[in-house]
Design a protein around this ligand. Sequence first.
Ligand code: FAD
Ligand code: UDP
Length: 370
Amino acid sequence: MYDWLIVGAGFAGSVLAERLASERGDRVLLIDRRAHIGGNAYDRYDDAGLLVHRYGPHIFHTNSDMVFNYLSQFTAWRPYEHRVLADVDGQLVPIPINLDTVNRLYGLDLGQDDLEGWFADRAEKIPEIRTSEDVVVSKVGRELYEKFFRGYTKKQWGLDPSELDKTVTARVPTRTDRDDRYFTDTFQAMPKHGYTRMFEAMLSNPSIHLMLQTEYRAIRDVIPHRRTVFTGPIDEFFDYRFGRLPYRSLRFKHVTVDKEQHQPVAVVNYPQTEDYTRVTEYKYLTGQIHPRTSMSYEYPAADGDPYYPIPRPENGALFKQYERLALSTPDIWFVGRLATYRYYNMDQVVGQALSTFRRISEEVPKAGEP
Ligand code: FAD
Ligand code: UDP
């Protein structure tokens, strides 16, 4: 009899497996339908020997000491600050939009104070910021919105920014200084030997039994267990009872070329041209020295593996129906980006899993205790 069946070996499932096994001595069966651990953060060495992320670029950043300290038990880090350029009007310019972006694009020589006024002259007054269009247009005006956000967002989500919650484009700030980092968090680093090595260390406890290429459905009534943590799509868990929750998918094209470097930064975004949204050159993330270089191209898709919950009011309302059902289903905890239908970064999922562990510790007696 296992104390826990944990479905999904990504961040949500692996953190809970580690905590439950290490802190409580619980016996855990961790399963994943995929052939590997790590969920979407999985990385591996490709045929050329370059470390790449199978499901697109994963850059770790957080403001949480707790999350960073927790993960630091399982990996050393390589400091890394992420930079992105956007291919706009035939030039590669910094995104998030900053002072250099505007000066280069418009052939100007503005200073930081000038740029505030320049944005203010173009920003539209919007009484209530609701959508992903509102967020950008109210800060930088319609022209930069069209150049940087509208096309990229339509490609990435299959929706106009006016149909998406404000939280989506609000992930990308606007700056009036020359800071060209994608993130400004206190901790920005990559696991020194990759995510998969870090997950292996998390899951090394002998009380964790791992079964890959295993469907929840195939074993839930066969392998005895007391309780469940589910980190897959919540609508799938409940057999789509209220209808399907939309998730956005991607196809990845992985390419290796016979030169040391392909592009000037880790990621180039394509808001105006191409069918793909962005190209990632992994060496920048990993620091690997190698005569060849590997990239991934991301092609958004409506069907396929669920990667992104789609933040908009009607989807939120549908999720609430599933959430109510989840709350009234005993002995099952729903955790992670798919099961709680939240557009969470890795650190947020780790934080959510750690707080779920605290709740479990309060509510569930340890094995052998009354
Ligand atoms: P997942 O990693 O999706 O893990 C869920 C696992 O459950 C999967 O492995 C799945 O196979 C398994 N599963 C589901 N259903 C079943 C079932 N019925 N039976 C068995 N197994 C099942 N975050 C950042 O912080 N920085 C980034 O730079 C970043 N970049 C990203 C880029 C892309 C393209 C994507 C898609 C995401 C990115 N993220 C990034 C977000 C990050 O991937 C997630 O926050 C994190 O991986 C979510 O972990 P999770 O455990 O909730 O889900
Ligand atoms: N976005 C955009 N243009 C860009 C970068 C981002 O329109 O050059 C929008 C787009 O809607 C995207 C969202 O901002 O989905 C969030 O961007 P982020 O880079 O955080 O996306 P992720 O890494 O999660 O795919």
